[in-house]
Design a protein. Structure first.
Length: 318
């Protein structure tokens, strides 16, 4: 029993060290403003930060935008791991037993969350289903429904979806840490304003072009397309499972030729080589597109969405 406790403690230490190490890229002088804070430093670590556990990168981005220097985030699904296929092991979930807030996307993205929350047995844990209240896109393919459930989970790759998710997260942070209510509210309002302004900029641009469809790595852009009246075609299906058959690939080739597709988008985790092959076949360029399912190129959520939108727009004007 004792041995087990020691093991658990050392695991916890490793997890929290890892979380500290991967946290801030360059958050300049954010924390220096007020020195009136409490002086209850019982340990050398900053234990006063709200401990937030999230499932994957997009959730981390939203929590960071709202919680900034008042939160310490640990991400359960490791970067570079395909989140659709992820099954957590016991050690991936150690942080949940001590976290104050747990944020997941929902819509079937993380089928394991209920079990994980039960196993954590953490009575204080505030659980946030970030997509709660969304107008979800239904899957139509019977195979997809059977395997992954009813809905397309990719709500976060939509500026409108991000607004909803950030607001749900803000409510969860306030519930867990009511003393900083105004701080979370202001940050959330700022983030939403930035999302709105990016949306308005691109809504105008997309309305002005006749071409409306683009080709991606996996079908992750359904909500983004709905926001702007666009259409996606993909090398892989919604759940990034497996490469296309020869028949599907030849259909894609035909589609690209018929629609003068000049840019094929590739994702790091969804058969980038198939995207390359396809592009070569139809004489198109390959461009990177971000799904924000994992950390990508050290960029924030807004930077990645800005890049996605600029490239999609470019592809529609070629
Ligand atoms: Zn995906």
């Amino acid at each position: 029993m004792k041995k087990w406790t020691v093991m658990l403690l050392s695991l916890l230490t490793i997890v929290s060290l890892a979380a500290c190490g991967s946290n801030n890229p360059a958050s300049t002088s954010a924390g220096t403003g007020t020195s009136a804070g409490s002086s209850d430093q019982t340990s050398t670590q900053e234990t006063s930060k709200l401990q937030v556990s999230v499932t994957f990168d997009a959730m981390k981005e939203f929590v960071e935008a709202v919680g900034q220097d008042k939160v310490e985030i640990s991400t359960i699904i490791p970067d570079g791991t395909e989140p659709h296929d992820f099954e957590p092991k016991a050690q991936d979930l150690v942080g949940l037993s001590t976290a104050k807030v747990f944020v997941y996307n929902g819509l079937g993205m993380e089928a394991w969350v209920d079990k994980a929350v039960n196993a954590a047995n953490n009575a204080e844990l505030v659980t946030v289903e970030a997509s709660k209240g969304a107008d979800a896109i239904e899957n139509t393919d019977p195979g997809e429904i059977e395997e992954h459930g009813q809905y397309d989970p990719h709500l976060w790759i939509s500026l409108k979806g991000a607004e909803l998710e950030a607001k749900n997260i803000k409510d969860g942070l306030i519930q867990a840490d009511p003393a900083n209510k105004d701080f979370y509210q202001t940050n959330c309002d700022d983030f939403v304003a930035q999302l709105e302004s990016l949306y308005n900029e691109y809504n105008k641009k997309f309305q002005s072009v006749d071409k409306k469809s683009f080709v991606t790595g996996h079908a992750a852009f359904g909500y983004l397309c709905r926001d702007f009246g666009l259409k996606q075609n993909s090398v892989e299906d919604v759940f990034a499972e497996g490469e296309p058959t020869a028949q599907q690939l030849s259909e894609l080739v035909e589609y690209c030729r018929a629609n003068n597709v000049a840019i094929i988008f590739a994702e790091e985790m969804a058969s980038p080589d198939v995207s390359q092959t396809l592009a070569k076949e139809v004489g198109a360029e390959v461009e990177t597109i971000y799904t924000i399912e994992s950390a990508e190129d050290g960029m924030t959520y807004l930077e990645r969405m800005q890049s996605n939108l600029a490239k999609i727009y470019e592809s529609l004007t070629k």
